[in-house]
Write a protein that binds this ligand. Sequence first.
Ligand code: G3H
Length: 539
Amino acid sequence: MDRLLDSLFPSAESIPETWRLEAPLEQRDYLVNGELRRWDGPLATVRSPVWLKEGGEERQVVLGSAPLLDADTALTALDAAVQAYDKGRGAWPNMRVAERIQHVETFLARMREQRQAVVKLLMWEIGKNLKDSEKEFDRTCDYIVDTINALKDLDRRSSRFELEQGTLGQIRRAPLGVALCMGPYNYPLNETFTTLIPALIMGNTVVFKPAKFGVLLIRPLLEAFRDSFPPGVINVIYGRGRETVSALMASGNVDVFAFIGTHKAASDLKKLHPRPHRLRAALGLDAKNPGIVLPQVDLDNAVEEAVTGALSFNGQRCTALKILFVHEDVVDAFLDKFQRKLAALKPGMPWEPGVALTPLPEPGKVDYLDGLVADATAKGARVLNEGGGQSRGSFFYPALLYPVNQQMRVYHEEQFGPLVPVVPYRDLQTVINYVLDSDYGQQLSLFGNDPATIGSLVDTFANQVGRININAQCQRGPDTYPFNGRKNSAEGTLSVHDALRVFSIRTLVATRFQEANKELISEIIRNRQSSFLTTDYIF
Ligand code: G3H
């Protein structure tokens, strides 16, 4: 392990030219009211999880800096969004759906041109490997295409009138107002865009603040945002949440709060809103998804899924399997196979072919994980895999912890990193109780092949979590499926289809089905005197 750690971080010259860094990027631009404005105030240093060898030492790479806007400047972005919405009378919220779609398509074409730049920054800023960084970019583009298609479907269905009990009506989804969109550092592009794009396309205006890491990678998209949307429709701000976002929420001018992060931060921010009943929230929050391995099981499949489920992107996924309950009859074989699979995962730098384990972006994360391991081992667990828990700089080699019990912190805390706690069980009721008593309710995985047991566990857990995975790891995709959670794990449901609904409200225009009214409505449609009242069919 020492040899592996010694050779982990490269020298600058050994990095393939395509992925080599140029000079540090001093980013001072932010986007307000259709203009890239320059910030002359303080900047935050942006550090990479990657360290480089230099003159016999290893040093953390400084990637550049990003603006630390103050509250007043953040509020100028909100003002621009408020003006562009103009109490619902702005050009954007009133634009025909087909036209709004054209703006989003223009943006998508410009975004695709930035693939290489964004992928490179994903690797350098958050340490995501090349394959997954490319996947994040492409999945985000696909999500935009799917969103456009879903909106076309929705709009086609809204293009007709309905007649109920003598009342003629047309129902359309209308925007809600100004949306504040904030994503997480583990999917700084994808998860942010899964709220940002639906919010925009439904006619809301937006203030977007990038995640705490994965900040510079938004820079290559700023011109695309500026040129693709009318002024004020999309505004991009930077800075500390405490300073900027708190002021936005306290202003009372945010109508929709789309946030992926901790439930504590979400609650604190929601409380700042002076009229909480007027704030709609779409939240993706904490999770501690369990994997439950039953005694009658295809163990090879369970191990395969558990390893990727627990350790892809170093366990830094909200959907990661964060605790494994394994039946005593199969636990030894499970651990043995798990260790062998884990040993085959390649540590290295994000751009190296086949790399699975990479450095972690959060400062202090290695110490936090060390603390969880120390706590568990002091209370009777062992690190089973060779080198497990060893670290160098920002890199932490995954630790398989066994046997874990409820006295240990890792049994309860969301580690969000490469720690795999395994709890042996004999009585399935103890596992059921864990789920019932948990503060989290995002997803879980069941591994087994006895129909009676699986069938009854599905019923037991259907009212506990948002998704039950059978013989498969937890995950968000496919993006057309609902993604949500219960308890502290989420508010609202996101999927391509649901997100369009989250960021809009059904609005009805109704009239008595009488000659004069029929004539009036027909005239409005014939003369194209309304964007709402129209029977246009989008092809
Ligand atoms: O971090 C949470 C993400 O939504 C997980 O998405 O399951 O596709 O990795 P994923």
